[in-house]
Design a binder for this molecule. Structure first.
Ligand SMILES: Cc1ncc(COP(=O)(O)O)c(C=O)c1O
Length: 357
């Protein structure tokens, strides 16, 4: 029995992406590798149809956290100040990074269940400033909440502040308006909505933001990575196979219709899960209009702990995901990224029927 991953990455691979891992061994100092790197960088910009004269896609061998760390450590200028909007684990992680790199920052802490409060953000920008940047998680995977970028981007735009976005679990499936949201950079990874394998991540940054930035990190120095990649070079040994998979995943993504098609596909699957569980008495934690299409949180049924639910579903071929921290006692999460289709969700719902009998 094939096990389907309903956790938020790594994802269940398509046969096409899996097959791409079997391409020839490649030395990263040969032209074939630089062709691969160039194709990945070009296709990443093309996901949101970005102009390569303004934007640079910078690859790195790391998980999504590495890309976020590179963005935060490299793009806040030496004298810059960062406002960090927190409403979950990943916003808190950005604050931990800022602290570790000695970046002057103010965390704006929200309850994990709450949406970012634009009035509080405006107040903070106006009274605790001046800030150069606001950092925010687009899809806060802790709860499945999609944090709206437009309104916060407008608050930034009117004050000359730029946005740094953790789009690790939204890039490729949720709309991102790079200009309207006054974005300096987004950080993301190959192995979530793009359907690659873990090991490759990237930052898409405005070229002028890279120039304004500061090199605080060594391995994650975004400016050096950008410079060397632009010159068909690389400072370190990249995870070549993860890059093979990323490129194939991006080709497949384009063939399937890009961001719009992926959004529509995930939205249909997420709704199938939500309505199916609702009819079985299991409610979603957030209403659909506040949720991403990528992942949703559901209340654990009364008297049911996460572990036995997880184990029983795993025995039937589905890996679901626990809540983080104290939320593990309250909710479970289901993502529909990867090679997941409507008949798979039908089988998942039948598995819930078996368990609830
Ligand atoms: C929004 C967000 N940011 C960062 C990360 C960290 O990514 P990784 O585990 O690949 O380092 C995740 C992982 O799920 C995430 O969902």
């Amino acid at each position: 029995m094939k096990t389907l991953l309903l956790n938020p990455g790594p994802v269940t691979l398509t046969a096409r992406v899996r097959q791409s891992l079997l391409q020839p061994d490649l030395c990263h100092r040969e032209s074939e590798f630089y062709d691969l790197q160039d194709e990945a960088r070009g296709r990443l910009l093309n996901v949101y149809r970005l102009d390569p004269r303004r934007w640079s896609a910078v690859l790195m061998t790391a998980s999504g956290t590495g890309a976020v760390e590179s963005m935060i450590a490299s793009l806040v200028p030496r004298q810059g100040r960062l406002l960090i909007v927190q409403n979950g684990v990943y916003g808190e992680r950005i604050a931990a990074m800022a602290k570790q790199y000695g970046i002057e920052h103010v965390p704006l802490v929200h309850d994990w269940m709450a949406a970012p409060d634009p009035a509080a953000i405006a107040r903070c920008l106006d009274t605790d400033g001046p800030f150069t940047h606001v950092a925010i998680v687009h899809h806060e995977t802790t709860t499945g909440r999609l944090n709206g970028l437009r309104e916060i981007g407008a608050l930034c735009g009117s004050r000359g502040v730029r946005l740094l976005i953790d789009a690790v679990s939204s890039f490729g499936a949720e709309a991102i308006d790079f200009d309207e949201a006054h974005i300096d950079a987004v950080a993301a990874t190959a192995n979530k909505c793009l359907h690659g394998v873990p090991g490759a991540s990237f930052v898409i940054a405005a070229r002028e933001a890279i120039e304004r930035g500061t090199s605080r990190a060594y391995y994650f120095d975004l400016a050096r990575l950008a410079r060397m990649q632009a010159a068909r070079n690389t400072p370190f040994t990249p995870s070549v196979h993860a890059y093979y998979a990323l490129v194939e995943a991006l080709r497949e993504f384009e063939d399937e219709g890009g961001v719009r098609a992926r959004h529509a596909r995930y939205a249909a699957l997420a709704e199938q899960v939500r309505s199916g569980l609702a009819s079985r008495g299991i409610a979603s934690v957030l209403p659909p209009e506040q949720s991403s299409v990528v992942l949703r949180s559901y209340d654990l049924p009364p008297g049911v702990a996460y572990e036995p639910l997880h184990d029983a579903l795993k025995a039937r071929g589905f890996v679901i995901y626990a809540g983080q921290g104290d939320l593990s006692k309250q909710l479970f999460r289901i993502s529909t990224m990867g090679d997941i289709h409507a008949p798979d969700i039908d089988r998942l719902l039948l598995a819930f029927d078996e368990l609830m009998r």
